[in-house]
Design a protein around this ligand. Structure first.
Ligand code: ARG
Length: 589
């Protein structure tokens, strides 16, 4: 189905053309004076110069020709030459009926779907997840769902940080505590135990302890670096311990992400490309791109047009160790081999912008990717506390994700049980659904690149531009539809769109017609905040209609059936949108 605005523009363009003007002048846009009209066309203004005529004359001519239009109920030419338009009720009804019957509300699918890999989440194994990783997971998941909905072939890769110093630190601390473990016996040749010598709770304590020690004790840090080196160079006992750490941590990570309604098609990590790094480095050298500089292997990535200094991209350190850039480059090489994507999207804090600029340039220069392969880094801003500083616990420490989520769940639970009679179980379940909407909507409703203030009171409010407000609206619609059924109505049989009978009903209908244009833009611009802005408008339009209309007590049967059809479509569009944002609505709240 064509987009609503394109259809009405088409009517306007044909009219301009029939009147002897360039058809492109007939572009229609949303009105910037909603108090005066629904849509507007400024083509007569632009045409004035072209045809050396007063704009109002052109506007008058066009308006006159549109008097019998099946699309517009009213087109008025106003000085100095604007065309103010209102759309015919029957045209809207027809469009909404199409949206209701067609797949994805009639959104058009791309002729050439893109193959996309999105790299998001990016947690570091065995380190606690903190709020910094929250944004990557929330925004990445939503972009993935939006791009997929728009008809592209997209898969998500968590790209675990699983090969770094944190592993060496854990191994070092273990050795400190249990030096007699068989993993540290260099002469041991047998099988290692199946069972790990630590639990997930131990890990949660070992890493911070080791990390703190390494900051105070230089020798300890040296040992941790050495352990990391041993792990990477394949010392058996170290590899066996690493595997235990992974086997224990990854299921825990999976559980954490599942609670956030985030899931990944690929659970790959930095360790997966370890073996292909030497070959990649050799090739970069042989092709003349990489050279030795102060002992390190580097590739120049600066370009003539640069306005600021871009340091060379380091491939191997002087001790031969790989870096963050190296694993990212090798991962690109593997992704090209395994999936040959048209586009790779990365989500991290915007402070990593330079890193990705270097990686992308190096990948292009050394031909790891095809000339037409696109790579984009979406750098997001910081999540701040009410004091405008990066979000911290009350004690001033780094806020762990679990703690944050628990705080919001508890706040939501308090609100839900306040003055209400609900069972403990239902209240807990509803609280966790609504809390997730509060966190995700609070984040996604901001443009990703901007810093934002994480304000629990605001985000959990049932009023205003919040997740709970959107859910509240959906629940309201569902409850009306349930009552309709209880009164003997059949939604499937009865819902039939009628003509809008009031301003608020028409406004709600027009809001619904925007769906596929919004989705298309949100996908093209990888911008979930556009979906949030849309459902906020839609929810407002619905609530206005609801307050001004007697829905279930309407006596005119046809009118009532029209309301039911409208409610069903509004519910479905809202639920589709929140699913694309990564949360869902409860049945009651
Ligand atoms: N593990 C990294 C971090 O915590 C994020 C990884 C992002 N993805 C990537 N391909 N570099 O900062």
């Amino acid at each position: 189905m064509k987009k609503f605005l394109d259809l009405i523009s088409e009517e306007m363009k044909q009219t301009f053309e029939a009147a002897g003007y360039d058809r492109e002048l007939g572009k229609v846009t949303l009105s910037n004076r909603p108090d005066l009209c629904e849509y507007q066309c400024n083509g007569a203004m632009a045409g004035a110069k072209l045809y050396k005529k007063a704009p109002i004359m052109i506007a008058n001519e066009v308006a006159e020709r549109l008097s019998g239009s099946t699309v517009f109920s009213e087109v008025t030419a106003v000085a100095p030459g604007f065309l103010n338009c209102k759309v015919k009720e029957s045209f809207i009804t027809e469009y909404l009926s199409g949206m209701r019957t067609e797949d994805k509300f009639g959104m058009e699918m791309p002729e050439n779907p893109k193959k996309v890999i999105i790299d998001y989440g990016g947690p570091n194994v065995a380190k606690p997840l903190h709020v910094g990783h929250l944004r990557s997971a929330i925004i990445g998941e939503s972009i993935k769902r939006i791009v997929r909905y728009a008809g592209h072939d997209i898969i998500g890769d968590i790209h675990l940080g699983d090969w770094g110093l944190q592993m060496g630190l854990i191994i070092t601390e273990l050795k400190e505590r249990q030096p007699d473990l068989v993993y540290f016996d260099e002469n041991y040749e047998g099988e290692y135990p199946e069972e790990a010598p630590f639990t997930i709770a131990d890990l949660g304590e070992i890493y911070p302890t080791a990390s703190a020690k390494s900051k105070e004790d230089e020798a300890y840090k040296e040992r941790a670096l050495d352990a990391t080196f041993k792990l990477q160079s394949g010392v058996r006992g170290h590899r066996a311990l690493w595997k235990h750490i992974m086997d224990i941590s990854v299921p825990d990570l999976k559980k954490n992400y599942a609670n956030l309604n985030v899931d990944f098609e690929l659970w790959k990590g930095e360790s997966d490309v370890h073996d292909v790094i030497p070959g990649m480095a050799e090739k970069m050298k042989a092709d003349g791109f990489a050279y030795m500089s102060e002992g390190a292997l580097v590739v120049d990535v600066k370009e003539e047009t640069d306005t600021k200094e871009l340091p060379p991209c380091m491939i191997l350190k002087s001790d031969g160790a790989a870096l963050y850039t190296t694993t990212d480059l090798a991962t690109i090489m593997e992704r090209m081999k395994d999936y040959d994507p048209d586009l790779m999207i990365y989500l991290t804090d915007k402070r990593q912008a330079l890193h990705f600029e270097q990686v992308f340039r190096c990948a292009r220069k050394t031909k790891l990717v095809k000339p037409e392969t696109e790579m984009i880094h979406i750098g997001f801003g910081t999540m701040n506390g009410k004091d405008g500083k990066p979000f911290k616990t009350r004690e001033g420490g780094v806020m762990r994700l679990e703690v944050l989520i628990k705080e919001i769940n508890d706040e939501m639970y308090r609100k839900i049980t306040d003055n209400r009679d609900v069972s403990e179980e239902e209240a807990r379940e509803t609280a966790s659904i609504v809390a997730l909407s509060a966190i995700k909507y609070g984040d996604l409703s901001n443009q990703a690149s901007k810093d934002y203030i994480f304000d629990i009171d605001k985000f959990t409010s049932f009023e205003g531009d919040t997740g709970p407000y959107i859910l509240y609206t959906i629940v309201r619609i569902k409850s009306i539809l349930n009552k309709y059924k209880e009164q003997g109505g059949s939604i499937a049989e009865d819902a039939t769109f009628g003509l809008a009978g009031s301003e608020s009903e028409k406004a709600l209908m027009l809001e619904l017609t925007k769906f596929n244009a919004v989705m298309e833009t949100a996908c093209a611009e990888t911008a979930p905040h556009k979906v949030c802005a849309y459902i906020y408008d839609l929810a407002n339009a619905f609530n206005k209609f609801y307050h001004e209309t007697k829905i279930l007590s309407e006596e005119d049967d046809a009118k009532k059936k029209g309301y039911i059809a409208l409610l069903v479509l509004a519910r479905d569009v809202l639920e589709t949108c929140i699913d694309l944002l990564g949360f869902s609505a409860p049945e009651r709240m």
